[in-house]
Design a protein around this ligand. Sequence first.
Ligand SMILES: *Cc1c(COP(=O)(O)O)cnc(C)c1O
Length: 435
Amino acid sequence: MLASLSEWVVPYGLRLGNPGFSGWVTTAPTVVPAVAQLAAAISSPQKWWLTPGNLLEEVALRWLRSLLGLGDAAGALVSGGMMANFLGLAAARQHAGERHGIDPSADGVAAMNEPRLYAGEHVHHVMLRSLGLLGLGRKALVRIPVDRRRGLDTDALAATLDADLAAGRTPIAVVASAGDVNTGRIDPIDTVRAIAHARGVWLHVDGAYGGFGVLDPRVRDQYGDLTQVDSLAVDPHKWLAVPVGCGAGFVRDGDLLERAMALEPAAYVEGGAEREPRSTFDHFGVSHHDHTLEHSSPSRGVAVWAALAEIGADGMRARVARHLDCARRVAERVRAHPDLELLAEPVLSICCFRYHPPALRDQGTIERLNQAIVADIRARGLAVPSTTRVRNIFAIRPCFIGPRADLEQADLLVDEVLRSGVRHDSPARQKSARS
Ligand SMILES: *Cc1c(COP(=O)(O)O)cnc(C)c1O
């Protein structure tokens, strides 16, 4: 079986870690965190109890907190951004309930009058799933308009919150995005927080993709003071390149998070009800299980610790800076070329643009041309971006996040688009002239 794994499983995998792959906000793990995860599987079959993984989970959380400037927020490593965001919203739900004398974790949400969650148009769709699962309902999402440059429209947010509070509705949280997956834009987090907190409303920050962007001085100020946000999600399985299945959820009020995650005692868990262990078998080590919705779970902290220990804080800063440079390089080359059009100024490591020779006017033709270009360069496999829509315009969207991606890949991508564009352009132009 070991030979089969080498022969059949490893070589035929998805090559997200290839330097030219810029299609997703996730990447493949580098060697050290991948091996660390294997080591964790062997040494720490649960993150409960006294295992190396139990300790390293704690070290990993502390390092993430200090690296990202999160103060002493409580945290948990979960399976990814979906669950890290869910954790934050579950804590927010608990907070909103307790303000009205309800314990949602015990009593449910029936007594909550018209719960509402506020987020920009660009909110990640996992937030809607969380609303569904938390019993609040996907229709509880109120989409706040987004200013193209500044992100979430804070005047609209304040007005909507005031109107809803006056109508007796129950705001659960405001969600600010620290790097939306379409363009990488960051909402004005400090202003959003001031608006939410002035009304006693929870602020959750979705930094699943962009959380580590705070390490770059060029954008650092846009994150504001992260010690003051109520909850935050960040994915080590994105920019930190640990094996997929690792998101981090942080909640400023650890006691509140414990109440949201309350687990009733059970007879089969020796020492589960008491905090004092009776034997080493009962000894739960650091009680990570109080801060998460998972029960049995691996220690993801081993891979996070290993990744950070390998490259260090400076190495991580350099990686983030390099990827921001990549997006800026693409933008620079797009601006300099008459046949390319920049669709969104890069903020983090994403750059949205399209191939658009000035002679082409018909939007449908331009879109089909860009679809053909993307299909073509993906088939060649040297530079593999994804696509999105910006103001409803079809965009080529590289996201530089792979540890092996550098400026060479940024240039390669632009070269590939130009090369393919020239090839596809003339038939498109003829068709456009005919129609
Ligand atoms: C990736 C991402 C998610 C979802 O996270 P998973 O790790 O895929 O579960 C949510 N929000 C943002 C902004 C993301 O980038």
